[in-house]
Design a protein around this ligand. Structure first.
Ligand code: GTP
Ligand code: SPV
Ligand code: MN
Length: 593
């Protein structure tokens, strides 16, 4: 027997001795195993069967109302030295962290089944893919991991070949928020999560492995693990550009990844291909380009706001074989959420008769779990072992003011600054206040498994001789008018911006240089038929020099928080931008589109 399987068996035995489960089940990822799990959960009430006519083989799970989102304040990166975790992470000494959670794991699985889930993040034969094993006492986690990862026998065989794997130990414990911890040990390639059964806290292949642990591995091995969607945009000539975009949680990745061309774009033959909606692993290829895979096999997407007008591809994907978490129900047992349609639900996400006075019917962070293969725009290229070549990287967040619809960074270093300086309003994807503006560098604030200062250095290091790096852009779909309404229609219309981006990559679209970067030249973005109105047209395509000077001051103090570890080049770039803004007359670059 290979040493990695020996190590796995030893670890499983050790965990069983600590957690004392009633039985151990090694998961093979088969259909029969999935059916058995689902049947078990239907019996216990962990799952509720949905209307079999409208939603075949689909189920609702209601999580504990105190366990509905990621918990950033309970998430720790446990490196031997605190400085290696950085000001962007909560830190705990590894020995102390192990002791703290092991005490909680002691006997935690009594009377429960302990599931052992071998999984692969990425196509099973991809050199960019990496494997892990999650041990959990939650059948809901197993069912979700089967959809979200390549789980089972093939992954186990690859673990044997690879010789190493990420170890993730999870128990729902007693769901007491005071005994909830999501601990990462990047140097040990291990994760210990207890006290939550929800999403990113519990499906350890996702944020814990594919971002926090993987970002650490990626730095060591010379690649990038990012909170990005991957989308292919095919123009009428049949030319496809792949774009990777980092938006913070609940800021539009799934929607952009599944965009459907509308109006003239559809007529002209534009096509959009979904590769991934949340995570992107990128590595330099022999040709100097960055090649990307989606390490996931499914979507764990935000339900509210998903409707026929916004994301018809998602609705088509959800037609069958879907697990819903914390959505509402109609009187005939169909899943429902705000933004789906104008029916009135019968039962809210907590199972109470729907009453407007209790707030939204679906939890704002209600989610669907579904296989990527069910998405009509999913492309075979997502299964390619070597990945897809990335032409453009896009950063963006929820910025109700100041930030224009789109701009392009001058070069890689400037682009890294644009990503590092990214800001966005917080959302319901994590517990805590919603709508609070914070810096969220590269949309990785909750997910980078090491010091952001080192992460910025790592990003900068890709700019070397022979590299053919993607161009970097920043977008903002979330600019608001004085009435608080979004100025830009978003969703399918975002293709207008993607068109400008790929034409910039090809060198055929004109731009105007401004102190913050290159904006579309007048007429550069097709706004035909949008009726934006004059105020919106102006706001979406202008640079408010004074507002940006204030923004640069705020960015400078954010960067100061990383002290001496911050790469010099980033600080220099920030000072160059601040100086350019100061030397510019206080006027706006208004654009007559
Ligand atoms: P995570 O899965 O949490 O990482 O989220 P995400 O980045 O994939 O966000 P998602 O696409 O699920 O969108 C989150 C919310 O933003 C949904 O309610 C969407 O309806 C809304 N949204 C997405 N794209 C747009 C857009 O272009 N404009 C506007 N106004 N809202 C959008
Ligand atoms: C996010 O919060 O960015 C998500 C959902 O994609 S979770 O899996 O809970 O992290
Ligand atoms: Mn996400």
């Amino acid at each position: 027997m290979s040493s990695s399987l020996d190590a796995l068996n030893q670890w499983v035995a050790g965990v069983a001795a600590l957690t004392k489960p009633e039985r151990i089940q090694w998961c093979d990822g088969s259909d029969a195993e999935y059916r058995q799990l689902v049947d078990g959960m239907l019996t216990t009430g962990d799952l509720i069967a949905l209307n079999p006519t409208t939603h075949p083989r689909s189920y609702l799970h209601r999580s504990n109302p105190s366990d509905v989102a990621r918990v950033e304040h309970l998430t720790f990166v446990c490196t031997p030295r605190e400085a290696d975790a950085g000001p962007n992470n909560h830190w705990m000494d590894p020995a102390q962290a192990h002791a703290k959670v092991d005490a909680l794991f002691d006997g935690a699985m009594q009377g429960r089944t302990m599931y052992v889930i071998p999984y692969c993040m990425g196509p099973i034969d991809s050199p960019i893919a990496r494997c892990g094993v999650e041990i959990t006492d939650s059948p809901y986690v197993v069912a979700n991991m089967r959809i979200m990862t390549r789980m089972g026998a093939a992954a186990l065989a690859r673990i044997e070949r690879d010789g190493s794997f990420v170890r993730g130990l999870h128990s729902t414990g007693d769901l007491d928020p005071d005994k909830r911890f999501i601990m990462h040990f990047p140097e040990e390639l291990s994760i210990k999560s207890i006290g939550s059964g929800y999403g990113g806290n519990a499906l350890l292949g996702k944020k814990c492995h594919a971002l926090r642990i993987a970002s650490h591995q990626a730095r060591r091995e010379g690649w990038l693990a990012e909170h990005m969607l991957i989308v292919g945009v095919e123009d009428p000539r049949g030319e496809t550009h792949y774009i990777a975009a980092a938006f913070p949680s609940a800021c539009g990745k799934t929607n952009l990844a599944m965009l459907i061309p509308t109006g003239g774009y559809a007529k002209d033959g534009w096509k959009v291909w979904t590769v991934g909606d949340d995570i992107c692993w990128m590595t330099p290829g022999d040709d100097g380009r960055l090649w990307a895979i989606n390490p996931e096999a499914g979507f764990f997407g935000v339900a509210p706001g998903t409707g026929a007008n916004t994301n018809p591809n998602a609705l088509a994907t959800l037609a069958h074989d879907t697990i819903y978490t914390n959505v509402a129900l109609t009187s005939d047992n169909q899943p429902w959420w705000e933004g789906l349609d104008d029916r009135v639900p019968a039962v809210d996400w907590q199972g109470r008769p729907y009453d407007k006075a209790n707030g939204p019917a679906a939890h704002p962070n209600a989610r669907f779990t579904v296989s990527a293969r069910q998405c009509p725009s999913y492309t075979d290229k997502a299964e390619a072992a070597h990945g897809v070549p990335i032409s453009a990287i896009v950063f963006g967040g929820r910025r109700p003011s100041l930030v224009p619809l789109v701009f392009e960074a001058r070069d890689w270093t400037h682009g890294v600054l644009v990503g590092a300086a990214m800001g966005s309003e917080t959302t319901a994807a994590a517990t805590g206040a919603v709508g609070v503006m914070r810096r969220d560098s590269m949309a990785m604030k909750p997910f980078c498994g090491y010091n952001f200062a080192d992460y910025f250095s790592h990003w900068l290091s890709f700019d070397k001789p022979g590299a053919k790096l993607p161009k970097i852009f920043h977008v903002n779909w979330f600019r608001k008018d004085t009435d608080g309404k979004f100025m830009w229609p978003g969703y399918g219309e975002n293709l207008r911006v993607l068109e400008w981006i790929i034409r910039r990559v090809e060198g055929t679209a004109r731009g105007i240089d401004t102190p913050i970067g290159t904006l579309p030249a007048p007429g550069g973005i097709n706004v035909e038929g949008l009726a934006l109105g004059q105020a919106a047209e102006r706001a979406l395509f202008e640079v408010d020099t004074e507002g940006w000077a204030t923004e640069m001051t705020d960015i400078a103090s954010y960067l100061d928080g990383f002290g001496d570890r911050l790469p010099r080049a980033l600080r220099d770039e920030q000072q160059r931008m601040a100086a350019a803004l100061a030397n510019t007359a206080p006027r706006a670059w208004a654009q007559a589109v």
